[in-house]
Design a protein around this ligand. Sequence first.
Ligand code: NAD
Length: 248
Amino acid sequence: MTASFEGTAALITGAGSGMGRAIALRLAGQGASVLGVDIDEGRLAETKALTAGRLSVRQADVGDPGACAEAVAAAVAEFGRLDVLGNVAGIYLAEHTTKMSVEQYRRVMSVNLDGCFFLAQAAIPHLLETDGTIINIASNSGLQGVPYSAAYSMSKGGLIALTRSLAVEYLKTRLRVNAIAPAGTRTNIATSGTFPTDVDPDLARRLGGLRGLAEPEEIAALFAFLASDEARSITGAVYTVDNGLTVS
Ligand SMILES: NC(=O)c1ccc[n+]([C@@H]2O[C@H](COP(=O)([O-])OP(=O)(O)OC[C@H]3O[C@@H](n4cnc5c(N)ncnc54)[C@H](O)[C@@H]3O)[C@@H](O)[C@H]2O)c1
């Protein structure tokens, strides 16, 4: 049975494309009021159009702590509550570790990790009022060694640590914090990401699995389950959706 999110409110980052868009559409389709946040205004407008205007959108850079707090405040001001925070926005930057600039490194960490912390920090007081939930989109890169992706892997490993830490900090409440760790999924990151050309082919082969890409809607389906009351006993968990990549 599909859960109803009628009367609940969600803030989903990265809602302009890929998984964030699929998640925002899924939750809105199941009745939630959704604020979609993204740095790309044009993509956000496309997502909104797919819901016949039902979705609320806000342009923001999750790498900016002040913008994170403002986005949470905007969701609460608009909906009067917050039940779900989905930290989905992320960037992938593949590079030889010795060639990463300080700016590239800091950008990956600030978007993929710092933003999730600051959004959670602002959202938690509201989520405690609704027995709400935080769902973080991590990656197989946070669970296994992945070449040419040290900063990205650090950010995703950190996100898994953040997930577990918050889950335990709030164990005596009804707030739940979980993570999904996808591997290759058919989104912009996977299909149009750049990769250094001078890589060792044996190592580069380790990036892909044997079974191809997942679809963003599969991530959205798991997200919707984790956000629902059927998952009320699940907190501190990390779910792989990786076609067996990390286990093999
Ligand atoms: N696609 C994959 O193969 C894959 C695998 C593992 C994990 N992930 C993770 O999934 C998440 C979703 O990515 P996706 O695959 O849907 O890619 P995507 O590029 O389609 O979507 C990412 C969205 O995040 C937005 N974004 C980027 N920087 C932002 C910022 N500073 N502030 C606000 N929004 C910003 C982009 O504009 C984009 O709309 C990311 O965290 C990514 O690391 C993706």
